[in-house]
Design a protein around this ligand. Structure first.
Ligand code: CTP
Length: 400
């Protein structure tokens, strides 16, 4: 993966800067051409000569270094990178980029690059929890920047908690997904996400707990890997991802129409939405009054099964379904895979801690129609999305 890739390794000023040396070693060993950019503070923690010796390339620290500027220049550093990794990334560097500040070589390069950027934050636990920091991170994620979650443990400042730089080997693994990340260029991926809402009257509806996070993570991952992405989304509280064609719907029938109208354009359809199977038989025009009744009965009728309809049409698109279950996970997932004519199904037990609705993580098994099951540990939803797209990519015929 890393062979002959040009990696820009940004090192900002935290005690964990020494771990960036080990990361550099791993990258170089894997065949990458690594160029290190250090902030002035980082140079207080580790000598630039260490990075220079191990990378075999000059280390860049100053924005205007006349000799280096003539030879390489910060814009050319930004242009030539296949991937930028900032490890450790301080709250300061993250805050600056999130707010468009480019006042040193590292922040200038990060803002000028078109390559994927991975921030690996390391900081005091209270800084990590600070809502201002979180806003900055969310903003960057929204604009397509990648983040690794810091590890939990004893921090250099004496506090115990989240904020440690993950181990270099873990960063190396995580970044691997990003460096070969244009492998869906030229493909169209249609993703559905979120719940649907089935109105009873103008003020009430039936819905479910889906937050849309998994589907949005898939949409972002597919976009980052070069795909054109159509995201058909039920009502969610998430910011619309950049550079994704967002189609907002409310009801299952609207989602059905939106997906069927666009599925012929898609090479892949991923149905992460939690579609309501039933809707009220009638939607009252005015607010329903309780009157004297002590109980009432709702009549529900079936909604169309979007995925099953796609399976029946069997166009060119690879079909990926989700199975959110509470019992007999694999058995139910296998049944859905066959009944709906799918290529892959992502099964998760929503009762497992770390896998339920609204969480940042998911625990999934991915099944294909040959009976193969891939089991994954508890992973952030962004990572689940990447792993799923790896399996999708393997199943798309080459050069189509
Ligand atoms: N799905 C769909 N249209 C529906 C219901 C479900 O496209 N009307 C899709 C979902 O987006 C998901 C998959 O089918 O990818 C499985 O959804 P799930 O709710 O787990 O299963 P159901 O088929 O509804 O079966 P059941 O409710 O009996 O578990």
């Amino acid at each position: 993966m890393y062979r002959e890739k040009r990696i820009l390794l940004g090192v900002s000023g935290g005690i964990a800067a020494y771990k960036a040396v080990e990361l550099l070693r791993l990258l170089v060993k894997a065949g990458a051409d690594v160029h290190v950019v250090m902030t002035r503070n980082a140079c207080e923690f580790v000598a630039p000569l260490t990075f220079q010796t191990l990378s075999g390339n000059p280390v860049h620290c100053e924005l205007f270094n006349l000799i280096q500027e003539r030879e390489i220049g910060h814009i050319s550093l930004a242009d030539r990178a296949d991937l930028c990794i900032v490890a450790p990334a301080t709250a300061n560097v993250i805050g600056k980029v999130a707010n468009g500040i480019a006042d040193d070589l590292l922040t200038t390069t990060l803002m000028a690059t078109k390559a994927p950027v991975l921030f690996v934050p390391a900081m005091n636990v209270n800084m990590w929890d600070n809502p201002l920091y979180r806003q900055n991170q969310e903003r960057l994620v929204h604009h397509g920047y990648h983040f690794m979650t810091p590890a939990v443990g004893e921090l250099a400042c004496g506090w115990e908690g989240q904020g440690k730089l993950p181990e270099p080997a873990a960063i190396f693994d995580f970044a691997q997904d990003l460096v070969g990340s244009r492998d869906l260029a030229g493909r169209t991926v249609l993703v559905t996400a979120g719940p649907t809402r089935e109105e009873l009257d103008p003020v009430r509806y039936l819905s479910n707990h889906s937050s849309g996070k998994m589907g949005y993570a898939i949409a972002r991952a597919a976009r980052n890997r070069g795909a054109r992405v159509i995201l058909v989304s039920g009502p969610v509280a998430l910011a619309p991802p950049e550079k994704v064609e967002l189609v907002r719907v409310d009801t299952a029938r609207e989602m059905h129409a939106a997906v069927l109208a666009r599925c012929d354009e898609a090479d892949v359809v991923v149905k992460a939405a939690a579609v309501a199977d039933f809707r009220p038989a009638e939607r009252a025009a005015g607010k329903m009054k309780k009157g004297d009744r002590q109980q009432t009965t709702l009549e529900l009728v079936r909604n169309p099964d979007i995925l099953a309809d796609l399976g029946r049409r069997r166009g060119k698109a690879l079909l990926v379904g989700f199975a959110a279950e509470t019992d007999d996970l694999l058995e139910n997932a296998r049944k859905k895979l066959c009944d709906k004519g799918l290529d892959l199904i992502v099964a998760n037990d929503v009762t497992e801690p770390g896998a339920g609705f609204g969480q940042e993580t998911n625990i999934v098994r991915i099944l294909d129609c040959n009976g193969t099951v891939e089991t994954f540990p508890c992973l952030p939803k962004d990572e689940v999305a990447y792993r799923l797209l790896d399996l999708v990519r393997q199943r798309l015929s080459p050069g189509e």
